[in-house]
Design a protein around this ligand. Structure first.
Ligand code: UDP
Length: 316
């Protein structure tokens, strides 16, 4: 297959490029590099089946030759990023999704949208099944991301129903692993960086809010299976192992031998979900997928990568 991946220089996009290349496909990676970084693709320089295009998917694009699948992963994705880039976030979810769908239609390609557990907002149903419509504040600071992704889902479904386009929607729950941006402000890079530097971990609020963390390889496997499945409606891909942020901080401190402890700070963004945990019944049934990498094992694979990055920057 010849595959277009938008957001290719990002955390997830770059892992997807690796997976499709490893399976023998040809990959065109596109990114405007506002939050992505070509360092994530440096190891692919000179690869015969890989091409990189520096382009903003919200602008008109021309790609010659056939395309069999379009995977739309471009978007700022951490709360800090989309608070700083609210209009770009809305544009890439709306205009970018429209352009990517138009390209898929023109090429007769299958389309896969990276959606998010944020479509459930601050959920009042727990854990969250795909049938839950969510509890989202459209005008809050997170609304720019949540509503962009909800619009993107609606747009993908409209192309499916109106034009018969083959579309797939993955709702991605918190994912971590090598190539996350150190400064993206999310809890995993923040805690690991702080722990490796011997500093206290900044827990926002009282740390009673929960998240369910999946290792990136599990997610990529789920996405790969979804693309080749017949499932036309959204599928949650996440690890149902749920932790309070306080318990997560304690685990990171323990695994890094950090004596810095925990510092409670009043920095929760408005509408920060109090709980989040995927119901993955559907993924198990239709994809035969479930996560295989528990949190401790995933962190054991991730921490050395962060250490190396910090050493390279002279921060350790
Ligand atoms: N969080 C925290 N300390 C940090 C960064 C984040 O306690 O240094 C909390 C944040 O308030 C949220 C959770 O960790 O409740 C996950 O935040 P993240 O930014 O990773 O992603 P989200 O799941 O909110 O999109």
């Amino acid at each position: 297959m010849r595959v277009l991946i938008t957001g290719a220089a990002g955390f997830l996009g770059s892992h997807l490029c690796d997976r499709f290349l490893a399976e023998g496909h040809t990959v065109i990676g596109m990114d405007n590099l506002i939050t992505g970084n070509t360092d994530n693709l440096a190891h692919l320089a000179g690869h015969q089946r890989f091409t990189f295009i520096h382009h903003d998917v919200t602008e008109y694009m021309y790609i010659g030759g056939p395309i069999d699948a379009v995977l739309h992963f471009a978007s700022p994705a951490s709360p800090i990023d989309y608070l700083e880039l609210p209009i770009q976030t809305l544009k890439v979810g709306a205009l970018g999704t429209h352009k990517a769908l138009g390209l898929a239609r023109h090429k007769g390609a299958r389309f896969l949208l990276a959606s998010t557990s944020e479509v459930y907002g601050d959920p009042q149903v727990h854990p969250q099944p795909e049938t839950y419509y969510g509890h989202v504040n459209p005008i809050g600071p997170r609304g720019v991301y949540d509503e962009a992704k909800r619009f993107a889902e609606a747009m993908a479904m409209a192309y499916q129903r109106t034009h018969g386009l083959e579309t797939r929607i993955v709702r991605i729950f918190n994912t971590y692993g090598p190539r996350m941006r150190l400064e993206d402000g999310r809890v995993v890079p923040n805690f690991i960086r702080q722990a490796l530097k011997g500093e206290p971990l900044t827990v926002y609020g009282d740390g009673s809010q929960t998240r369910s963390f999946q290792y990136v390889d599990d997610l990529i496997e789920g996405i790969y299976r979804l693309l080749f499945s017949d499932e036309a409606e959204p599928v949650n891909i996440g690890n149902p192992g749920e932790f309070t942020i306080k318990a997560f901080a304690e685990l990171v401190n323990e695994m890094t031998d950090n004596g810095g402890g925990i510092k409670y700070v009043d920095q929760r963004t408005k509408d920060d979900p109090q709980v989040r945990r995927p119901d993955i019944t559907k993924a198990r049934q239709v994809l035969g997928w479930q996560p295989t990498i528990p949190l401790e094992e995933g962190l054991t694979r991730t921490i050395p990568w962060f250490r190396e990055q910090l050493q390279r920057r002279g921060e350790l």
